[in-house]
Design a protein around this ligand. Structure first.
Ligand SMILES: [Zn+2]
Length: 254
């Protein structure tokens, strides 16, 4: 199965934004059953990608010559999500059944057997021109008057996000912000201490910018649900990084 990615790997003048993926076998199901890899972690993700991404190609079908094991760490999170969704689709078909809890605090009803067609999820690609346009991702902090360049999250940062959100709640804000900063003034890479020394208003400004600026192409994993109990509409996000996303039972109505 050839899959178009919302970003891809830019190597010189060539954009390799297609991947060839295979379906899950027993080997990957063993990763998914391995508690050390999946509990509070996304350890199964790089292993599945290493096994099942066969090649990285450009629009003309020319294959990237490098090592796929390295390439997967250079793809933004939107690409990783897209690949995982397509591996699921190739393995069990496009229909994905899931549950979503109503986000009305009074209701919290668990809506079951919601169906999503994985082949219909909308891709919003980022053009090469946008990828190369650093100006859009660079701004000046109002207090410190320092230039900041931000970047998308890659696979390594996704692991960091999990670590931070599960273990270090007190450092949440600065730790999450630091993951998206490529350069602070002339300093790169940027450390947690660099961000901690910034004024609170600068950090707030950074957070606002990070939610506004388009950092990468995406696949739309927001699911609109109308609660069957209170009839209010809410949005639930498909979590493709959960090992449960690859569970066979999710392919059939219970
Ligand atoms: Zn409800």
């Amino acid at each position: 199965m050839i899959v178009k990615l919302p970003n891809g790997l830019l190597d010189g003048p060539d954009l390799f934004n297609y991947v060839e993926v295979e379906e899950l076998t027993g080997k990957q199901q063993n990763y998914l059953a391995n508690k050390d890899l999946v509990v509070g972690n996304i350890g199964h993700v790089p292993k599945i990608l290493e096994d099942l991404v066969i090649s990285l190609q450009n629009k003309e079908g020319l294959k990237w010559k490098g090592d796929i094991k390295e390439a997967i760490w250079k793809l933004p999170s939107g690409d990783i999500e897209t690949i995982l969704i397509k591996i699921r689709e190739k393995t069990f078909g496009p229909k994905f059944y899931h549950e979503a809890m109503c986000n009305d605090p009074e209701c919290q009803h668990i809506n079951k057997n919601l169906m999503l067609k994985l082949d219909k999820l909308k891709l919003s690609p980022l053009s090469v021109k946008e990828m190369l346009n650093k100006k859009k991702r660079t701004f000046t902090l109002p207090k410190a008057k320092i230039e900041v360049e931000v970047k998308p999250l890659y696979l390594k940062e996704l692991f960091d996000v999990i670590k931070i959100t599960t273990n270090k709640k007190d450092e949440l804000i600065t730790s999450l912000v630091v993951l998206s900063i490529k350069r602070l003034g002339t300093k790169t890479p940027v450390t947690k201490e660099d961000v901690e020394s910034l004024k609170a208003t600068d950090i707030q400004y950074l957070q606002e910018k990070l939610s506004d600026v388009l950092l990468e192409g995406t696949i739309d994993t927001d699911v609109e649900v109308v609660c069957e109990k209170c009839e209010k509409e809410f949005t639930s996000k498909l979590n493709v990084f959960d090992s449960d996303f690859f569970a066979l039972t999710k392919a059939t109505v219970s």
